[in-house]
Design a protein. Structure first.
Length: 143
């Protein structure tokens, strides 16, 4: 498996990573995704792709490093997706390990993510990866 951090403008963002990301973020279009990449990059948003030995993109992660008063500095995972055809093959574990390396290199105190309450399979995976539920996430829709 090969894991690559992709920069804005890299054609692999839409050619390889977006189709995997769409398995989780079904509302995205290519144009919307590219506008989010453009705006989000200045806010620290980065994307990482995982490729299998045949060269197919099988995993995607969107992430950023955030400074806050609670954790001081954390790596926050916006998106973590393994392609349905590659689940339970170590892709998610490899992506998390890669992100943890980024977090440690940036002197982060933690690696965090939010996961929808309905995603019980994902929750089992996070628990296996020694992640803990440490807070509730509250949301008030504004549209």
């Amino acid at each position: 498996m090969k894991i690559i951090d992709l920069e804005p403008g890299d054609p692999r963002l839409t050619k390889d990573l977006l189709p995997v990301l769409l398995e989780l973020r079904t509302h995205l279009t290519e144009d919307l995704f590219l506008s989010i990449v453009a705006e989000g990059h200045s806010q620290g948003l980065r994307f990482t792709a995982a490729y299998d030995d045949a060269g197919a993109c099988v995993g995607a992660a969107g992430w950023r490093i955030v400074a806050n008063t609670y954790q001081v500095r954390k790596l926050y995972v916006d998106d973590l997706v393994t392609a349905a055809t590659a689940r339970s093959t170590g892709v998610g574990r490899a992506l998390l390990a890669h992100l943890e390396q980024h977090a440690r290199a940036a002197a982060c105190t933690s690696l965090t993510l939010d996961s929808g309450t309905q995603r019980t399979d994902a929750h089992r995976f996070y628990f296996r990866e020694r992640m803990a539920v440490t807070a509730f996430n509250f949301e008030k829709p504004l549209v």
